[in-house]
Every structure is written in structure tokens, then in C-alpha cells.
Design a protein around this ligand. Sequence first.
Ligand code: AMP
Ligand code: ZN
Length: 500
Amino acid sequence: MDERIKSQLKIYDSLTREKKVFEPLNESFVGMYVCGPTVYNHVHLGNCRTFTSFDVIFRYLKFLGYTVRYVRNITDVGHLVNDADEGEDKIAKEAKANDLEPMEVVQKYTSGFHQIMRELNNLSPSIEPTATGHIIEQIEMAKALLEKGLAYEVNGSVYFDVEKYHEQKHYGRLSGRKIEELATGQREIEGTKDKKSPLDFALWKKAIKGHIMRWPSPWGEGFPGWHIECSAMGKKYLGEVFDIHGGGMDLKFPHHECEIAQASGVTGQDPVQYWMHTNMLTVNGQRMGKSVGNAILPQELFKGDHELLDKAYSPMVLRFAMLQTHYRSTMDLSNDALRAAEKGYKRLINALNALEKLTTLKSDTQEIDNKLDEEINKLVDTIFHGLNDDFNTARAIASLFNLVKKINGFYTGQLNLQDISNQTFNRTYKAFKAVFFDILGLKVEAPADAEKLIENFVNEYKKAKSIRDFEAVDRMREYFKENGLAFRDMKEKIDWVLEE
Ligand code: AMP
Ligand code: ZN
């Protein structure tokens, strides 16, 4: 690994609101926690965007040579409807409605989630812990907060005492909310019930009669609050303080604000070095969400089976479309954006194929065109400058396209391949492949029978051209196009590419 590139990575921290040079706690190890899905329904494209953004972050850190422990949890208990402390558990509600065991619901949607992650070529996290598998750790943390005087028990439930915590530490730092405003805002929405203050949140809830997900605890039968699972599992697998914690922007408050309060309440330390939040995927400017009623499922997009879509788009086109926007910007999903991504994605594959062919043509260089050689090296550098600028994949891809112009120049003969050094060519070849496959996590989705089609047609096409049978030429071109391919007429030979 190029140490110079590695040392230039900067990450935007949502807590300090600064872009900081990345310095992990341990020299070569990075601990990263990302809040995973609540598995009570299918993940939609918005969820997929967040997990794909963190997949690229995971991939890039690994590319830089770090050993990364990536923990992404599965929320399978404790997340109540309305994201509040009252009401039904999302999973229990779904189970009841369909006459299923809660764990059947969890299994079904966890499997579905994994399937989509695979289709999008997202790597598996290093650990995928479940909330129900860590009830003991959550109880232990609630006990520790009780001992510190930062929590109190009422009627079999345990609540975090926000005002007490706020006397020592600032509650609302991450989300930028003021505790006074929060207090007045909340009182209007929700009755205080057992809580001393409406700001307080549940660490443990008593299970009332009929609540099906329940475990024994020192306070009677109940279930954990939503926020405590991530604090407990983050601490267990990554330690009291770790490098990166992420999730979508909508999790800043209350979820991550509460996580900071819980963890620093126990240890006295800020638990996370870099808080990372992905921006929202929107449709017509509105955040995509199940509750908003505008959720599009990945399968609907892959089949083109949705009223807002004019055709089907493949998983890699979706992935590429997502990466063409920086993770901290909103991304509006549209046919135009998807169509442009499809075109761009094909252009990259064609360049990849061209680059592969160029390797056989590159020979030792007698006289190097220094200007061109330097230009190519700079283009490669700018790809990494983009990635180092808070994982700005949009910038990196724009630079990649500038490099594609040069690759195509060499391929068509406009530029002379022998004008650049072997070293520069090899660096370009390696960097292009590493960025495409390893960092952006793209795969080649060529039409399945492309090779066969080409085998059958190239000779006929050549013949038709040589005898100037343009009708036959057009027919073949048309047929090729229907299969997503195009002939490329070169000086010496006929080649094929994906129709862009
Ligand atoms: P959930 O299962 O609802 O907790 O969501 C799982 C992840 O997806 C969380 O990190 C959310 O912040 C994120 N998320 C939800 N909606 C969107 C959206 N429209 N765009 C991007 N990320 C989202
Ligand atoms: Zn979480």
C-alpha cells in the first residue's frame, strides 16, 4: 500500500462537524460499528443506500491496508412503533398480524436483507450481532447506569435520567438540539407516565400482559430499550472507545444521541472517534421511508416493476448510481439518474475490457512523452484524492471517467500507448481494477451470451462490410443492440463493446 495515500484520508465527524485526518486508535486496526436494519419488513432502496455507503467505506479502509472489524447489528427486539418508548414492538406486531413466531419474522427479513446485500455486492460485516443474542450485556449496562445514578427504576422499567446526565455532560451535542427546547417539545407530544421527565428514555421496559417478547431481569420480565443494544454490542466487540460509528442521518436523534449518553455515562469517555452519517435517498425530494409510503424495494427496481420506473435496472447500475453521489449529499432517485448511471457503468466496463486488451500491446518504451506520462499519473492520483476526501466516491468516479478518456485514446490509437512508461501503464491498470472491483465493489454484468453472439457474428459482420452489404451490416448492428452490444470498427480489427 502507498503510505502517502493512506496518510491523506480525511473523515467528516458529525459530532465535531469537522473533516479530520483519519488516525485510528490503533495503528493498523479500525473498529467500525454501523446500525443495521430492524428486521420486521423488507429493506427499501433508502436502507440499501446507507448500507452500500458503509460497504465502500469498509472496502476502502481495507484497501488502505487496515484490518477492519466491521460490526453491523440486526435489531430484532426493542424497536417500538413510532421509535418511542410506548407502543408495540415492531417485530411482535408483525408476528401477531401474521400468526408467526417473532423469530420467524426475524429469520424471514434477515434472510431477505442478506440476499439483497449479496446482489448489491456488499461484503458481509465481520460480526453481525443480534439484540436478542445480547440481552445479558444490555441488562449489565442498565445495571451499571443505575449504579452511577444516571438511571432509575420505576414499576419494573428502567429509564435513563437525561437531566442528571446533562448536569455532567452535554446531551444534544450530536444532533445540535437544546435540552430546554426538547423538554417543551416532548411534553406536548407524550404524557410522562412513569418517567421523571419526557426526555428520559427506556433502558429496560416491563413487559405488560400479552407482550410476547420477554426476558427475566432484576426488575422482572421485560425487554431492552432500542438504544441500549448498540451501546452494549459496540462495547462488547469494539471496546469502550472505538473508531467509527455510523448510520443514516435520521438516527442522529434520538438513537445516537442516546447511545453517546449511555456509553459515556458508564465509562466517562466519548465512545466514538468519528461519527459518520449518510444522507437520505429521496423520491421527488421526499425521504424514502416505509412510514412515508414511498418505499421502493430493490426487487421492484431490478424487475422494473414500479409505477415510478420506466424500465428495469440491474443491481450494479443501482450500486453505481448510488456511488455517483457523495454519501453526505441527498440522492434523488429518478429514471434520468438511473439511465445516466447505466450509461456510465457500461462505459467503465468497456474501458476495463479495453485496458485488458492494451496489456498485450504494451511494449518497452524507448522515448517517453513526459507530459502525457505525468498527466496519466495525475489522473490516477486524483481518483485517490477523491476517495481520501471523506470517501467522496462522486469525485473519484468523475476522475475515473477522465482516465477512461485516455484509455479509450490508447485503445483507438489516438494516443500512442508506447509514449508512456511501463510503470505508468501498470500503475493505471492496477489502480483502475482496484477502484472498480475492490473499492467501489462493482462487478461486470455483461449480457450472458455476449461471447457466443460475438463468435457467431464477427466474421459475418466483417464479410458484410467487405462486400459493402450495408443492409446486412445494419441488421446485425440492430440485433446486437437489442442484446445490449455494439460493434466497434477499429482500424485493424472489429471489436465489440457494451452499447453505452
Ligand atoms: P431502519 O431499519 O429503519 O432502522 O433503517 C436502517 C438504516 O437505513 C438506518 O441507518 C437508517 O438511517 C437508514 N435509512 C432509512 N431510510 C433511509 C433513506 N431514505 N435514505 C438513506 N438511508 C435510510
Ligand atoms: Zn444503533
